[in-house]
Design a protein around this ligand. Sequence first.
Ligand SMILES: *Cc1c(COP(=O)(O)O)cnc(C)c1O
Length: 369
Amino acid sequence: MAEAHETILEVNLNALEQNYIYLKSKLQKKTKFLAVVKAFGYGSDAGIISQKLQQLEVDYFAVAYTSEGVALRKAGITKPILVFHPQIVNFKTIIKHCLEPSLYSFKVLEAFQQIAKEFNQANYPVHIKFNTGLNRLGFNKNKIDSVISILKASSVIKVKSVFSHLAVSEDLKEFNFTNNQIASFKRIADTFTKNIGYKPIIHLCNTSGVLNYPKAHFDMVRCGIGLYGFGNSKEKHHQLTPIASLKSIISQIHDITEGDSVGYNRAYVAKKNMKIATIPVGHADGLGRQYGNEAGFVYINQKKAFIVGNVCMDMIMVDVTNIPCEEGNQVVIFNEDQSAENLALSSGTISYELISSISQRIPRSYIDN
Ligand SMILES: *Cc1c(COP(=O)(O)O)cnc(C)c1O
């Protein structure tokens, strides 16, 4: 790994490939793999990540919003792209860029049909989402007959897939809840397939679903966090490698004495003589205020240095009293060994939030051998 000379997010595409191979090894050969690359590829870089995965012959991509799908097309992605949460105002853009919308309510289904008709589409691929317990997006299962009759009457759209989303697949204490979701989805998928008259792709599992519920893989799985190196469970972690490393440097070191304060609001007051290092990464870079006041930490010369005082917009100050170091030395905020998940947990959040928050102003660099 290269030495950082500024704050940088290093993205390891070899690790991405290994994570992909590992997740694929959990599937049957015929099961398709959809890579979730929403939110800039969970904060890394959606374009580069998707290009790599396209080379590895992933079957499908998904993003949350239409603009993210357009960005993938501009990055040269030609595989199908599912848009999980499209807005009606973007339906023309969806069609223009051959993106495939998730339709989850009668309102969006009818609006999409209307626009597809205006643009003279035939059999435009769409994905029908059912709610099986997350209560976020999706048709109610009681509405399945009306959904099917609308779809059967339409020649402008064709159902490419039927799907749902698990609420708690990472938590084995909720085994019963998840099994009920799986059973309910299976009934929906069977009824749908029987009545629509052709066989759409059926899919349910996210990363934790893939790892914990092999019987629920159906025709395709949708993996996000696993590709980026997190498995949501301690045992699985050693087979998945975090692909992103956030590194920085020490800009300045201050020697302070007992009673001196550090940072805004004088939030930290030294109880003894101390050495404090200032690092150019702050809440505008994605390291939120919750990491301040000795909750969060970084690593300097392999030693843990706690963040003292409040996180500033562009900087943090850390306690290096007992760490031999000098200005210009490398700082690791997270990497393969110092997991973003541990840092996130230290401050009451989860890996997903920390990694996807890393701001676009931080330059990215890539490892790919
Ligand atoms: C984000 C998302 C996923 C990916 O979930 P991971 O836990 O990151 O694997 C899958 N499906 C839907 C609908 C999502 O919104």
